[in-house]
Design a binder for this molecule. Structure first.
Ligand SMILES: NC(=O)C1=CN([C@@H]2O[C@H](COP(=O)(O)OP(=O)(O)OC[C@H]3O[C@@H](n4cnc5c(N)ncnc54)[C@H](O)[C@@H]3O)[C@@H](O)[C@H]2O)[C@H](O)CC1
Ligand code: K
Length: 485
């Protein structure tokens, strides 16, 4: 099962792996043509009704394969209204090849004739809300045609995820959907064929450029919508919490506060005036600080626990006490990780150990990333929390879904890159599902490192001179999806 949003991610990842959308459309169209052949014999009349998006594009390809049929291809609108280059190329190819193509300006002009089969390719996963004209009337005309209806990807007007329609929708007899079944189709009374369209498994296994689509900033967003993060850190070390906090800001969080020992507050503040401090008494975290931290955490979407806290036994006891009461989302890093295997918590945790810390938590690891993926998945399942295990290939698992991020480089062993990753993960976990947040954070952090080393984030190439603060500065560029068609 795959949702429409996931499909867009996988589709873009496939393109980044060298399988462009045009190629996928050829495979989709071919799958539709095969389904048509299963329904009607050569020479039969097939009415293909196309919308202006890639759903229509799929059927235009199918028409090209069905040259042994009496095919008419109706475009709801004029050629100029076709929304994507690849659909337009397919439309132009049909016209060049003298297919019976019709541009339907007004739904009243839609003439399906008396087809043996109607191919419904008006809308697929791109539908939003109730069908507008001319699709609405075309859907009703399709339902009224005295012929079976084969829908491309999703019956037009139906939401692929829910199976519901906001208004009138095509009532399909058969749906040919692509790559994986869609959750909504199981609610419909129709035959469903899942067509493999050649998307490599790697497009799902490896976190890629498509995953950056998850971090779409809502243009109407206002302060606080994009995440409020509380960083609990500092003590023996002061730079770590400041790095996590700045990284969270650069990853899009609206507000980031740092709860740190009073003893280091001035130093932490010294790193950046963008940080709002919530100092607690003394020079390291102890259980007495927990009630105020829990109250502070209430006002935040995500808490980052660990950067620079140190492993004083009073501090680890305080982390345990906090997690025993906290029920929100927390990113746990560094010394605080040791607490996780034993603590009984309702919180949603994203743990970000490197492999040494993973072993200290009781997990196993391997130099072979595929073997490591399996080990991390089973340990995440045992823990009941998400893991982001840093390595040459980062492995991210919530115990069910396991993905691998291949970005990053050897220069990133420099101190502080883990603090940056924890901050980015927390910012993203404020707006995304924690597992997706960890996947995107691992990918973006490594990509930031690659951009910085190569000098593609606005500064000169840093090579092995990369600093953790360079990652922070490069994060906005690293989180920008590369051109998605
Ligand atoms: N993702 C993949 O891996 C693949 C997808 N394929 C096919 O592409 C469609 C999705 O295409 P897209 O262009 O994103 O959207 P649609 O064609 O479904 O529709 C967009 C089109 O429709 C208009 N529109 C939206 N809502 C409405 C409405 N309520 N009423 C009227 N018109 C509406 C919108 O303005 C656009 O013009 C997917 O389903 C697959 O069929 C690939 O070809 C294969 C891989
Ligand atoms: K459709």
């Amino acid at each position: 099962m795959i949702t429409a949003d996931e499909m867009a991610v996988v589709d873009a990842n496939a393109a980044a792996l060298g399988v462009p959308r045009k190629q996928l459309m050829e495979s989709s169209g071919n799958a539709v043509a095969r389904a048509v052949r299963d329904h009607v014999d050569p020479g039969a009349t097939v009415a293909v009704v196309c919308g202006r998006g890639n759903n229509g594009g799929d059927a235009m390809v199918a028409a090209r394969f069905l040259d042994e049929y009496d095919v008419t291809v109706s475009l709801l609108g004029r050629a100029e209204t076709i929304t994507t280059r690849i659909a337009r190329e397919n439309w132009d190819a049909l016209r060049e090849a003298e297919y019976d193509t019709r541009e339907v300006r007004d739904s009243a002009d839609l003439d399906l004739g008396t087809p043996a089969l109607v191919v419904d390719a008006m809308l697929g996963t791109g539908v939003t809300g109730e069908l507008r004209e001319p699709e609405r009337s075309a859907a009703l005309a399709t339902n009224d045609a005295d012929a079976p209806v084969l829908s491309v990807d999703v019956p037009s007007g139906v939401d692929a995820d829910t199976g519901e329609a906001a208004g009138p929708a095509v009532d399909a007899d058969h749906v040919v959907t692509f790559h994986d079944d869609k959750p909504g189709l199981s609610h419909l009374d129709c035959e469903v064929t899942v067509a493999d369209i050649g998307i490599p498994e790697a497009a799902e296994r490896f976190v890629g450029n498509g995953d950056l689509l998850r971090v779409e900033r809502d243009p109407h967003s206002h302060k606080g919508v994009n995440g409020e993060v509380l960083v609990v850190g500092g003590g023996p070390y002061t730079g770590a919490p400041a790095l996590s906090a700045q990284a969270a800001l650069r990853a899009g969080a609206d507000l980031v506060r740092v709860a740190c020992p009073e003893g280091v507050a001035r130093e932490v503040q010294g790193y950046s005036e963008n940080l709002i401090l919530r100092p607690f008494a003394g020079d390291h975290l102890v259980s007495g600080h927990v009630p105020r931290l829990l109250a502070a955490a209430e006002g935040h979407d995500t808490v980052v626990f660990g950067p620079g806290l140190g492993d004083h036994e009073e501090t680890l006891a305080a982390v345990e006490t906090f997690l025993e009461s906290y029920e929100g989302t927390a990113v746990v890093d560094a010394d605080a990780l040791q607490v996780v295997p034993e603590v009984d918590t309702e919180a949603t945790l994203v743990c970000t150990p490197h492999q040494g810390e993973l072993r200290k938590m009781g997990g196993e690891t391997s130099d072979d990333w595929q073997e490591r993926a399996g080990l991390v998945e089973s340990f995440a399942a045992d823990l009941g929390h998400s893991l982001l295990v840093k390595g040459v290939y980062d492995v991210v698992s919530d115990g069910e879904r396991t993905r691998v991020s291949r970005t990053g480089n050897a220069a990133m062993t420099v101190g502080g890159t883990g603090d940056v990753l924890a901050g980015v993960t927390a910012a993203l976990a404020s707006v995304l599902h924690p597992h997706d947040a960890a996947c995107v954070a691992a990918y973006a952090n490594g990509r930031a490192g690659d951009l910085v080393v190569a000098g593609e984030a606005g500064d000169p190439p840093r090579g092995n001179g990369l600093l953790a603060t360079d990652l922070v500065d490069a994060m906005p560029v690293a989180l920008e999806p590369e051109g998605v068609e």
